[in-house]
Write a protein that binds this ligand. Structure first.
Ligand SMILES: [Fe+2]
Length: 464
């Protein structure tokens, strides 16, 4: 419909209307038109439809151009109004233009009408299109702003120089200052994060994104330093680009994870307590090895700390230590507590406990890989262990640690068939098997813990 002009002609002379249409068509303008000569008819047509242009005679028996213009403004301020008259005075024409009339053309110079109509309609259509685009943009901004203000995450945007442009209410609360006092300030002055474990400063994510031009995410141990104290947060930040791809600034989205962190701590605490209970339950049957798993777990944790394995891996060693002998639940008590040397058949029976333990826990959804520890804790680097005779390259570090801690703890405590071995005996076994049966690094750490009395099962207080 863009190449068809909908024209409302206000004129009392049908002959003049025909002349106007003839001139427009001669100029190649496709016309849809209606003709009226009074206020009531014009009002009816304006109410029913929209028009690209109104062409109005100046003076008619029942209507005038000024009345027609006033009426048009009631309905649509964008539709151009052109007076086409045979007798309009220049003075009146100027007044009409001041009132909003687009132009005027004398009837004896109708060849001037088509270019005026084309120009008026095109300008009007551009104005309407611009208005529609502006309205859509305003609405879109309103939607966006309402969304940003309503979401539960904190949002901050900054320009290319890292100065704050916007902050939503959640960000205001977490940062501890409001948008009005923050706009235009460097992002560094309001948003600072440090590593929870080390306290070291983390490069400001917005600055990093602006410099590097790519999205970044926090890695899970970030603390926000705000006026309200330190708050554990997760965050991600992305560049904001224009149509050409140039970075205009960045958006930072972050959230307070205090509740989630507390819930995780509570769940892990419960898991620890549950695992300790299971470990004690197993050892209730076997009082001679009571506490073995717990002590092996604590030693493994010390080794993990010496190796700086990180909190999660150290927890894995501790839980693995607590459960490594869970398969002994299937061994008859008279074999476990037999005061004399085991027969070959009895020993073969005992050697089944890693596999039994594995079967017990293999389907448990634990946040650590405990299965390998339970199944392989009697494996030796040279392949002389059981149940699979694995060699060094197939035995993971956690298993190697538990394997050494298991041997050391078992040797250093009383058994029904033998007294506790001395510190020298334990060190001799360890150092003799170093790099052959046992991991060299782990042996060195455990030997050092023994020699420095940081692991001392030969002190009675150790067992209390
Ligand atoms: Fe075992």
């Amino acid at each position: 419909m863009d190449n068809i002009y909908k024209i409302l002609i206000v004129d009392d002379s049908i002959d003049d209307v025909e002349l106007i249409l003839l001139e427009l068509r001669r100029a190649g303008i496709n016309v849809l038109w209606k003709h009226i000569d009074n206020e009531a008819d014009m009002r009816a047509l304006l109410a029913k439809d929209t028009w690209d242009i109104v062409l109005s005679d100046h003076s008619m028996p029942r209507f005038s151009s000024s009345e027609a213009l006033t009426l048009l403004k009631e309905y649509n301020c964008y539709t151009p109004f052109v007076i086409v008259s045979g007798k309009i005075g220049e003075e009146y024409a100027v007044e009409a233009m001041k009132s909003g009339c687009y132009d005027y053309v004398m009837k004896d110079k109708l060849t001037k009408l088509p270019p005026v109509v084309i120009k008026a309609v095109e300008e009007s259509r551009s104005r309407v299109a611009r208005k529609v685009a502006e309205t859509q943009l305003r609405e879109s901004e309103h939607w966006m702003l309402t969304t940003l203000k309503s979401i539960g995450d904190a949002v901050i945007t900054a320009d290319r120089s890292g100065r704050v442009k916007f902050m939503n209410p959640v960000a205001e609360i977490l940062i501890g200052c409001n948008l009005a006092e923050t706009v235009g300030k460097p992002i560094d002055s309001i948003f600072n994060v440090i590593r929870e474990k080390t306290g070291s400063k983390i490069e400001n994510p917005i600055i990093k994104v602006i410099v590097e031009g790519s999205t970044i995410k926090s890695i899970g141990d970030s603390l926000l330093l705000s006026k309200n104290g330190t708050i554990p947060i997760d965050y991600n930040s992305s560049p904001i680009r224009n149509d050409e791809g140039a970075v205009l600034g960045a958006v930072l989205v972050f959230r307070d994870i205090t509740d989630r962190r507390n819930a995780e701590i509570a769940i892990k605490g419960s898991l620890f307590e549950l695992t300790e209970s299971i470990s004690r339950t197993i050892e209730f049957r076997d009082p001679y090895t009571a506490g073995h798993q717990k002590r092996a777990a604590m030693l493994a944790r010390q080794v993990g700390e010496k190796l700086r394995l990180g909190e999660d891996k150290i927890n894995e060693l501790y839980i693995g230590g607590l459960l490594h002998d869970i398969g002994k639940i299937s061994i008859p008590l008279d074999i476990l507590s037999k005061p004399t040397k085991l027969t070959n058949l009895e020993f073969e029976f005992i050697k089944e406990h890693p596999k039994t333990g594995y079967e017990i826990i293999k389907d448990a959804k634990l946040p650590w890989n405990i299965r390998d520890i339970v199944l392989h804790h009697h494996e030796k680097l040279d392949g002389s262990g059981y149940p699979s005779g694995l060699t060094s390259e197939k035995i993971g570090l956690e298993v190697r640690i538990i394997a050494v801690c298991d041997v050391v703890e078992a040797m250093s405590t009383f058994r029904p068939y033998r007294p506790a071995r001395s510190k020298d005996d334990v060190l001799k076994e360890l150092l003799g098997g170093k790099g052959i049966k046992y991991d060299s690094t782990v042996v060195d750490i455990v030997a050092e813990l023994i020699n420095s009395n940081n692991f001392n099962p030969w002190d009675n207080r150790y067992h209390s």
